[in-house]
Ligand binder design. Structure first.
Ligand SMILES: C[C@](O)(CO)[C@H](O)COP(=O)(O)OP(=O)(O)OC[C@H]1O[C@@H](n2ccc(N)nc2=O)[C@H](O)[C@@H]1O
Ligand SMILES: Nc1ncnc2c1ncn2[C@@H]1O[C@H](COP(=O)(O)OP(=O)(O)OP(=O)(O)O)[C@@H](O)[C@H]1O
Length: 309
């Protein structure tokens, strides 16, 4: 550390919802080509890195007990990857203040990976370029590059090849957090199984983004966006967790413009006309007893951002 180095750095990183998730059939490497339209929303993890004798991870927040604190933690993997590239030790204490539901389909682990990468880069004065950071993100996981850039973006390939998109306004969301998580590979596997059983495997080719969805985003038009949202993993998530159907119905009955599973689930996402409508949908979902917790959020918001240090 030089005299001018910060003594610690804190980075704030948002959760995501997928407003379109078009999934092709499995590729030969086991991944699926996607047309994945990500939107970053205002639920955040905060990742703080401080110089330490060795690599150590701690976590606080309501779901902290479910977060691994060993080298499998995506934040630890990010620190190791950056240190490895720059030939230094990952001698850092990473603290995750976790507000994003764990294994909820909102890219919580990916957020921590992107956050730790940006934080270590700032702490160590690495000076890595944006494209170098994005390359490391893509090695860590398909959702991690988007956690770095935030906003709204189309993810192609396995979701890591990003094209930033325009959004003409703020969209208001309600998220119903379910009890327990769903494993992302298990949900992709169930999607393949259901398609094989129905004889509807679409093949491995790259799917396309929906023009109507992109136009709705550009216009900032929540009603048009509600008509265009889609998630090819939704039936698989419902197959593995049938109780999510009653959460989706409760949100629709409460007046949500659209109700969908967030990514691989089991968090469900509800689009509202306004912040006030969102508060009403949130209150009705809480009263319905069909979920563990309810959160309101808005987006798009910016990606991983240094907030202290
Ligand atoms: C469901 C989404 O959250 C939507 O944004 C993502 O596609 C998942 O992204 P992620 O959690 O970063 O996933 P990764 O860590 O890259 O991959 C975990 C596992 O999910 C499956 N996977 C993931 C992405 C993808 N395009 N096809 C897949 O089949 C694979 O089984 C893979 O082994
Ligand atoms: N920093 C982390 N925070 C949470 N989970 C982590 C972290 N690092 C590794 N994991 C592991 O990743 C698994 C998935 O957690 P995560 O919260 O990222 O799921 P998710 O939001 O469904 O992911 P995605 O939406 O990207 O598919 C957890 O069960 C946990 O074992």
């Amino acid at each position: 550390m030089t005299a001018s180095s910060p003594s610690s750095v804190t980075v704030r990183v948002p959760a995501k919802v997928n407003v379109q998730l078009a999934v092709a059939g499995p590729r030969s490497d086991g991944f699926h080509a996607l047309a994945n339209v990500f939107l970053a929303v205002s639920l955040y993890d905060r990742v703080t890195v401080t110089p330490s004798d060795g690599l150590r991870v701690t976590c606080s927040g309501p779901d902290a007990a479910q977060v691994p604190l060993d080298a499998s933690n995506l934040a630890a993997r990010a620190a190791l990857a950056l240190a490895g590239r720059y030939g230094r030790e990952a001698d850092v204490h990473i603290h995750i203040d976790k507000d994003i539901p764990v294994a909820g389909g909102m890219a919580g682990g990916s957020a921590d990976g992107a956050g730790a990468l940006v934080a270590c880069d700032a702490l160590w004065g690495t000076g890595a370029s944006r494209s170098e950071l994005l390359e490391i993100c893509a090695e860590l996981g398909s959702d991690v590059p988007f956690s770095l850039i935030g906003g709204v973006a189309l993810g192609e390939g396995r979701g890591e090849v990003l094209t930033p998109l325009e959004a003409g306004g703020t969209f208001h969301w309600v998220f119903a957090v379910a009890d327990g998580g769903l494993s992302t590979p298990a949900v992709y596997g169930e999607c393949d199984r259901l398609r094989a059983a129905a004889g509807t495997d679409p093949g491995p080719d790259q799917p396309s983004a929906s023009p109507a969805l992109l136009a709705a985003l550009r216009a900032g038009d929540a009603v048009a966006l509600a008509a265009a949202v889609s998630n090819d993993l939704q039936s698989a998530a419902l197959s593995l967790r049938p109780s999510l159907a009653s959460t989706l119905s409760a949100g629709v009955e409460a007046g949500a413009l659209a109700a969908l599973v967030s990514g691989s689930g089991p968090t469900t996402a509800f689009l509202a006309k306004s912040r006030e409508d969102g508060e009403r949908v949130a209150a009705a979902l809480s009263a319905s007893g069909t979920c563990r917790a309810v959160r309101v959020a808005a987006g798009p918001v910016e990606g991983a951002t240094v907030v202290a240090g």
